[in-house]
Design a protein around this ligand. Structure first.
Ligand code: CA
Length: 229
């Protein structure tokens, strides 16, 4: 489960150590020294996880966390707070601002790697490699195979990611802009009507096994994946 991680940490030593260890664990790390740098980066890129130091020069990690949680675009991104402060009250404050987890320095890189895996599993099930199944439609992230009632279906890479996202988030309506953020991620300048193009391709691919009806249009709202009518 390789993730794109944004690390916001002003101490060069810790930054280097985490970059090295997370890189070895298969993750891609982008590091920035302060909240301003993080906000700049987030304008164009949505990471899978944000590691956020509490004490930063300028805007604090806590304030940045609060700000990200108040913005719909960043709400799905898991945040792990890193801090030198270990008081129980700090921990509560950290989690109250909407952080998903909280690690007190010094922590072992191994502990961090396992916490990252845990938040990803919780917040972003499409990042895991578990096979998913709905009404005879099966998707296996490891072999990159999709079958409908046992029959192999041909999907392009974007349709595959779109279907994986839908299957791990059933029964919820997603606006085109949300799908762009979640499935296209980095490329936020893609136009919203691109989503419609790929939805059409996905439905076409699913037609072979009659699963195209699972991808439903919700008028005025977006799209939903559902086995119900
Ligand atoms: Ca710091």
């Amino acid at each position: 489960m390789a993730a794109n991680i944004l690390l916001v940490e002003d101490e060069p030593g810790i930054q280097e150590l985490l970059k090295l260890n997370l890189g070895q664990a298969g993750h891609t790390v982008t590091a920035t020294d302060d909240a301003e740098g993080a906000l700049q980066y987030l304008k164009t890129t949505l990471p899978d996880v944000i590691l956020l130091d509490w004490m930063l020069p300028g805007m604090s990690g806590i304030d940045l966390c609060r700000r990200l949680r108040a913005d719909k675009r960043y709400q799905p991104v898991p945040i792990i707070m890193l801090t030198a402060r270990g008081e129980e009250q700090d921990r509560v404050t950290g989690l109250d601002t909407g952080a998903d987890d909280y690690l007190t320095k010094p922590f072992s890189p191994r502990e961090l790697v396992s916490r990252i895996r845990a938040v990803l599993r919780r917040r972003a099930p499409q990042m895991t490699e578990e096979p998913v199944e709905t009404a005879g439609l099966e998707l296996d992230p490891v072999s990159h195979r999709v079958t409908g009632n046992g029959r192999l279906l041909e999907l392009g890479p974007t349709e595959f990611r779109l279907l994986h996202f839908f299957m791990t988030h059933p029964e919820r309506v997603f606006a085109r802009s949300q799908l762009l953020d979640q499935v296209w991620g980095d490329d936020v300048f893609v136009e919203e009507r691109t989503v419609d193009v790929y939805i059409r391709r996905l439905r076409l691919a699913l037609e072979a096994s009659g699963h195209n009806d699972l991808v439903q249009t919700v008028r005025g709202a977006g799209y939903r994946f559902s086995a119900r009518r």
